[in-house]
Design a protein around this ligand. Structure first.
Ligand code: HEC
Length: 117
């Protein structure tokens, strides 16, 4: 009987713990960590022109005539078109395929699409 109570307490505690973990880190901790890495990558490689808020309201953004990611022209672009620009570059936008690899570029485009809309 006493044993069962301890077992119940442990079970309840682990449920609370799991719920807290989900509340803190979202459904899958690995996903949250990957998302964090992409945010860091965006901030270090892209935000100097595109801005942390995607509005390109930075010195380099203005100088290179970078568009706001929220602009209609960007919204009309497909993910494939955005990926192409990220991989190969366009006008003042440098290509990142060699430096970051295609997979990271894809993740960055997905992040941009999801974050700035
Ligand atoms: C030196 C400034 C600069 C940096 C750094 C930069 N971009 Fe850009 N980016 C631009 C400019 C300028 C354009 C517009 C190109 C055009 O169409 O003339 C652009 C366009 C884009 C587009 C196409 C949509 C749009 O707004 O026209 C995507 C997607 C994009 N950049 C992603 C990225 C990603 C991802 C990074 C970081 C890995 C990055 N950029 C870093 C300047 C920059």
């Amino acid at each position: 009987m006493r044993f069962n109570r301890i077992k119940m307490t442990l079970m309840a505690a682990s449920v609370v713990f799991a719920a807290a973990a989900v509340a803190l880190y979202g459904p899958a901790p690995e996903t949250a960590a990957a998302q964090g890495a992409i945010v860091t990558l965006y901030k270090s490689k892209c935000a100097s022109c595109h801005g942390v808020d995607g509005k390109a309201n930075t010195a380099k953004g203005r100088e290179s005539k970078t568009r706001d990611f929220h602009a209609e022209e960007v919204k009309k672009m497909s993910e494939a078109q955005m990926l192409q620009v990220t991989l190969k570059g366009k006008n003042k936008m440098p290509g990142f395929e060699k430096q970051l690899g295609a997979d990271k570029c894809k993740e960055l485009v997905a992040y941009i699409r999801e974050t700035f809309k």
